[in-house]
Design a protein around this ligand. Structure first.
Ligand code: ATP
Ligand code: MG
Length: 266
């Protein structure tokens, strides 16, 4: 089964999130051993990406609160070499960040060739939270889709491969997870009253996400809708998609710097 085809947002298509079941598992049966194999393969490929040095891989993770960004990161990165992998969390912009264009902080965090970079939230917040809360006028945010596409295209033309994942949870599942943060003492620290406030804007967020995914899924930086109610499936799918993308790069170990045939180490 072609997992990519099932979740990639076709450029120019009219995506409706309501047609995507957050509890879907695409008929895949849970198999932790198979998942571990994918994570092992991911680790090998990361090594190759690092050695090859022609490309960087940028992974953009977006989700609503309790959508599973942290869990995905923890899981998918568990086998990776921390040297060569950088995670950047995008929070409310600082005064310095606000005094630049909205892509400035994202550009600064783009991984160098040979590295994997993960954006935990991203420049997409500037067409999501900002739009939902009307922080900037429509004339400003509506131009950003094109600006994002141009930015991502420029990165792609400079060796940065981009994969974007929207972790799609259902409203009920979000309720369960927020509830768990209230009830479970080991998760209390994760509970923020702000998350309840944001939950009231669920429908607005769905619209904003639909627009972002429709307008900014491009051949050079595709969006994927990841059914994320089941954590094991979310992890499996994200790992699989990253492995496929890395395999598609035809990475190679560079040739040795010198003729090794006559070298004798004494
Ligand atoms: P957690 O799962 O730990 O809650 P989080 O990503 O929600 O992780 P928080 O510190 O709770 O982290 O929230 C970061 C907040 O910053 C989010 O509400 C997000 O919408 C907001 N944010 C990010 N980028 C922007 C932006 N460009 N403009 C305004 N708000 C932003
Ligand atoms: Mg939060």
């Amino acid at each position: 089964m072609d997992l990519v085809k099932r979740c990639v947002v076709k450029p120019g298509s009219k995506l409706h999130l309501r047609d995507h079941d957050p509890s879907d598992t695409f008929g895949v049966r849970r198999n932790d051993a198979a998942l571990q194999k994918r994570l092992d393969r991911l680790s090998e490929l990361q090594h190759l990406l690092y050695a090859d040095k022609r490309y960087a891989l940028l992974i953009v993770l977006q989700a609503l609160d309790a959508g599973g960004k942290d869990g995905t990161l923890r899981h998918v990165m568990s086998g990776l070499n921390p040297q060569g992998c950088v995670v950047t969390a995008f929070k409310v912009p600082s005064a310095e960040e606000r005094s630049h264009d909205f892509l400035w902080r994202a550009h600064k965090a783009v991984p160098e060739r040979g590295d994997m970079g993960i954006f935990n939230r991203s420049h997409y917040e500037d067409v999501l939270v900002v739009r939902v809360h009307r922080t900037v006028p429509k004339e400003v945010w509506s131009k950003r889709y094109g600006q994002i596409n141009d930015f991502e295209q420029m990165l792609n033309e400079n060796g940065v491969r981009i994969l974007k994942f929207f972790l799609h949870i259902g409203k009920e599942e979000q309720k369960r997870r927020l509830q768990a943060r209230v009830l479970d003492p080991t998760r209390n620290w994760k509970f923020s009253p702000a998350d309840l406030e944001e939950r009231k804007y669920w429908d607005d967020y769905m619209k904003a996400y639909e627009d972002a995914l429709r307008k900014c899924s491009t051949p050079w930086a595709p969006w994927h809708v990841i059914p994320a109610d089941h954590k094991w499936f979310r992890n499996y799918l994200v790992a699989e998609l990253i492995v496929e993308a890395l395999e598609g790069m035809k990475l190679k170990y560079p040739p040795p710097m010198a003729d090794l045939s006559n070298i004798e180490i004494v």
